[in-house]
Design a binder for this molecule. Structure first.
Ligand SMILES: [Zn+2]
Length: 146
């Protein structure tokens, strides 16, 4: 298999993983994956990253729901509508940034940059749920990182 073929397949992996490829294209990707361990690993890494991103997103959305519920319970207005919208935007940005640090950390040589991004999000978005969560260990860790 050529590197060129691998590159073509890797460009399609995200859509393939989401089941968004046309049947013919999906067939080509499947055929390549059967013969190429490198691209199979790439697909696995991608799926893990996407699962993490979705998990962070779900937790963040759950946090926003709690915020809304708390506001509904209190008759006294603690936060203005504007404050709530702003908090929601910050949660969303922070969750997406944190998710991308995890994707980055799974890339070869990406850990250092991911660590910097985690520090940035923790500092700039300290009030968000995403920043308060402990970063998950990357999938390639074999040693101990705490
Ligand atoms: Zn390949």
């Amino acid at each position: 298999m050529s590197n060129e073929e691998c590159e073509r397949v890797r460009a399609l992996l995200a859509e393939h993983s989401d089941g968004e490829l046309a049947a013919a294209e999906a067939g080509l990707v499947e055929a390549h994956l059967r013969t190429c361990a490198g691209c199979r690993e790439e697909l696995e890494a991608l799926r893990r990253s996407l699962a993490l991103a979705r998990q962070v997103w779900r937790e963040s959305v759950a946090g926003l729901e709690r915020l809304r519920a708390a506001r509904r319970r209190r008759r006294a207005v603690v936060m203005s509508e504007e404050d709530i919208e702003r908090a929601i935007r910050r949660e969303s940005v922070a969750a997406q940034l944190m998710a991308s640090t995890r994707i980055l950390a799974a890339q070869p040589g990406g850990e250092a940059q991911a660590e910097k991004m985690v520090q940035y999000v923790s500092r700039e978005y300290a009030d968000t749920l995403a920043a308060k969560q402990k970063p998950l260990p990357t999938t390639r860790n074999e040693g101990e990182i705490q």
